[in-house]
Design a protein around this ligand. Structure first.
Ligand SMILES: Cc1cc2nc3c(=O)[nH]c(=O)nc-3n(C[C@H](O)[C@H](O)[C@H](O)COP(=O)(O)O)c2cc1C
Length: 199
């Protein structure tokens, strides 16, 4: 899939900077993301790094759609009308700001191959890895990012609007841009609570 598939890659080296960044990484509140966002070469870098994600069977069981501001404004307008039939239309409409406002959004669609020996679950996990790598790549380029799904990721009519086909699922909308100030930390699970370390 890459052009130079036989090139030797470097072994990982300890990086205090990367450790520090991973220890302070935090999702952005999507509605607070403003310009600038990656564009040009940075956008290409972002996308190609995201596609370097683990994927059992080399199936690339996902596809990405870059949704620019105009496309999202149009979508949000149509989703506003659809939100009227939700149990809580006010809330359904309020969350649309997270979709419409950020300067850049990448929609990650999980498109697993049904009936393949690699289980669909593993193919879907790979789409999640693409989302996470998009966030890491955005951070590495100096931008903040937010992984959002919201109701329109699970609504058949809304999914058709986004071009998500039968058999596909939204893995996430990854919103990318710049925050005015660093986000607040949130409580984190403790290793001792969540991890069993066996001899
Ligand atoms: C699969 C997935 C779906 C999410 N969907 C939403 C969402 O619909 N609305 C929302 O406000 N945040 C959503 N989030 C973001 C989380 O609520 C939360 O902000 C994020 O996990 C914080 O993680 P971090 O602090 O480690 O970056 C989603 C996160 C993930 C991983």
């Amino acid at each position: 899939m890459t052009e130079d598939v036989s090139r030797a890659l470097p072994l990982p080296v300890r990086s205090e900077e990367l450790l520090q960044r991973l220890n302070t990484r935090r999702s952005a509140p999507a509605q607070n993301l403003t310009a600038p966002a990656p564009q040009g070469d940075d956008l290409q870098t972002l996308l190609s790094l995201a596609l370097r994600s683990p994927d059992h069977g080399k199936l690339a069981p996902w596809r990405l759609v870059v949704l620019g501001p105009q496309t999202r404004a149009d979508l949000a307008q149509k989703l506003t009308a659809m939100a009227e039939r939700l149990p809580d239309p006010v809330k359904g409409k309020a969350v649309l700001g997270k979709l419409a406002n950020p300067p850049l959004t990448v929609l990650v669609v999980s498109s697993p191959i049904q009936g393949h020996k690699v289980p669909v679950w593993e193919q879907e996990l790979s789409a999640g890895a693409v989302c996470m790598n998009l966030e890491h790549a955005a951070n590495a380029l100096g931008y903040s990012a937010s992984w959002i799904t919201d109701w329109y990721s699970f609504d058949a009519e809304a999914l058709a609007l986004f071009g998500v086909k039968n058999g596909e699922k939204v893995a996430g909308f990854i919103h990318i841009g710049t925050l005015p100030e660093g986000p607040l930390e949130r409580p984190r699970p403790l290793v001792s609570e969540r991890v069993e370390i066996l001899p």
